[in-house]
Every structure is written in structure tokens, then in C-alpha cells.
Design a protein around this ligand. Structure first.
Ligand code: NAD
Length: 254
């Protein structure tokens, strides 16, 4: 039996992954703002500390995997919630459980998005995230829009994975990312309900080569593989699981 911790495991993709892992006899610790084994608001430093301390208390023997899946959509308000949850909470919690992962030579699987490449690497907001400056990142994003806030947070966290994978590997810890496309979850429902972004998402969904959107378990099955011993040489990889959208939009990039 392996032990995994998932943030945002109460609904959507995280909940689907939890079900798959429980079904194969593993233990899953869920951290969420509601409906978890550990209740924590990851937008705050207090919540991040409670999450990390709670995981240490429940799994002192170590973790086989950690998935910081909690995330908020482009329609979240204030916009600063988006970098707080989607970037800074991920870095804080992955760093906070690193020694637990090292104990079991486990892996951390970050949840990016196929929207990540849509924001340039030299965007000042992305650069502030990667510099670890939460105050400046939050101030900058309040002057921008929801799409930039969301896709930029995912761009930054994906670059963080690439920059840190070799360092984590020295402890025997694999750091990887999955970049899902539109997936039918409560997060997507919130975007579809938005007057402006809902229209944009519907148009994007209509262009997905394999069909409009994924079911959460279609993403979770790939995550299960990436976490498993089957993938024990996977390190610093970013898997786009988006029905072909990224290949269609950025055909020459890999
Ligand atoms: P979801 O809304 O179903 O799940 C998000 C979870 O995060 C919820 O359980 C929620 O309670 C939790 N959460 C939100 N804010 C929190 C906070 N401050 N503290 C603690 N927990 C908090 O959405 P989902 O679609 O399953 O999203 C999971 C991840 O997948 C997110 O990181 C999201 O950005 C990413 N993603 C989703 C899609 C999509 O189309 N649904 C596409 C690409 C990436």
C-alpha cells in the first residue's frame, strides 16, 4: 500500500485521482478548503503551514506521491487569489513535504494547464512568481485580467518544475507536471457561467481535435501512471493531456 497526499482532492480531477488510488488499495490524504482530511485555506501562509504540518503528522513515514491539485479558475476574485493558490501554495507545499517524498523516493506531480504556454515567459507577473515575490505578483495581477492571472500562474509553476526537477532528483524525488485541457469539473462550470470567459471557453472547446472536454478520470488515469513505479524514470516532464489542442496550436514546439 502506497501513501499519497492530494490538495484539492475534494472535487474534480483531484477527487477522480483519489478514487483511482483508493481503488488500487492505496492510502490518500486529502487537503482541501472543505471536505478534506486536513482543512486548510491554501491561499494563506497559515493554511499552507497547516497543510504541511498536517501531512507530516499523518504520514511521518513518508509519502510515495504528492499532488498539489488545488486550483482556482480565471474567474476567481480577487485576481490575486489565483497566484496565491495556483503558484505560491504549490511551491510552499511541495517544498514543505520534500523530505517526506525523499524518505520513500516518491514523486510530486504538479497540475499545470494547456493554457500555460499562452503567456510569455518574460511577462512581469510570471517573473514575479518565479522570483518568489508573492506581494509583487499579487499587486501586478490586480491590474490585469483573469486569463493572464490563470494561464500565467500555470506558466510560472510549469517553469518552476523544469527549473527544480534536477535538484529534487538529487534526493531521489521525481518532479513532473501534467497539463490538462478543458475538463468537466466544478472549476470549468464556473468559467462557463461567466459572461465573457464562458463564450471564449465554448469556442476553444469546439476546436479541440479529440472532442470538447475531458472527463476528470481521463486526466486522473494519466496522473496515476505518472505517479506509479511504471514511470520511475520520468523526471521534469510535462504531459499535455488535452485532446490535441496544444499540438494543434503550437505544432513545432515540444
Ligand atoms: P475543482 O474546482 O473541481 O477542484 C479544485 C479543488 O481545489 C476543490 O476541491 C477546491 O475546494 C480546492 N481549493 C480551491 N481553493 C482552495 C484553497 N484556497 N485552499 C484549499 N483548497 C482549495 O477544479 P479542477 O478542474 O478539478 O481543478 C484541479 C486542478 O486542475 C487545478 O489546479 C486546475 O487549475 C487544474 N486544471 C483544470 C482544468 C479544467 O478544465 N478543469 C484544466 C487544466 C488544469
Amino acid at each position: 500500500m502506497k501513501t499519497y497526499a492530494i490538495t484539492g482532492g475534494a472535487t474534480g480531477i483531484g477527487a477522480a485521482l483519489k478514487e483511482l488510488l483508493l481503488a488500487q488499495g492505496d492510502r490518500v490524504i486529502v487537503v482541501d478548503i472543505r471536505g478534506g482530511d486536513i482543512i486548510a485555506d491554501l491561499s494563506t501562509e497559515t493554511g499552507r503551514r497547516a497543510a504541511v504540518e498536517g501531512i507530516h503528522a499523518l504520514a511521518p513515514e513518508g509519502l510515495d506521491g504528492f499532488v498539489p491539485c488545488a486550483g482556482v479558475p480565471p474567474v476567481a476574485k480577487p485576481l490575486s487569489l489565483i497566484p496565491q493558490v495556483n503558484y505560491f501554495a504549490v511551491v510552499a507545499t511541495v517544498s514543505g513535504v520534500r523530505e517526506l517524498l525523499a524518505k520513500k523516493q516518491g514523486s510530486a506531480l504538479i497540475v499545470s494547464s494547456n493554457s500555460a504556454p499562452m503567456i510569455p515567459a518574460d511577462d512581469p507577473y510570471v517573473e514575479a512568481c518565479l522570483a518568489g515575490d508573492e506581494k509583487i505578483a499579487c499587486e501586478l495581477i490586480e491590474q490585469r485580467d483573469g486569463h493572464t492571472a490563470y494561464a500565467g500562474s500555470k506558466r510560472a509553476i510549469t517553469q518552476w518544475v523544469r527549473r527544480n526537477a534536477a535538484d529534487f532528483a538529487r534526493d531521489g524525488v521525481r518532479l513532473n507536471a501534467i497539463a490538462p485541457g478543458i475538463t468537466a469539473t466544478p472549476l470549468t462550470e464556473q468559467v462557463l457561467a461567466d459572461e465573457a470567459l464562458g463564450e471564449v471557453m465554448r469556442a476553444f472547446a469546439a476546436s479541440v481535435p479529440l472532442g470538447e472536454s475531458a472527463r476528470p478520470e481521463q486526466i486522473a488515469r494519466v496522473m496515476r501512471f505518472m505517479l506509479s513505479p511504471e514511470a520511475d524514470f520520468l523526471c521534469g516532464s510535462v504531459f499535455f493531456v488535452d485532446g490535441g489542442s496544444d499540438a494543434m496550436l503550437r505544432s513545432d514546439a515540444f
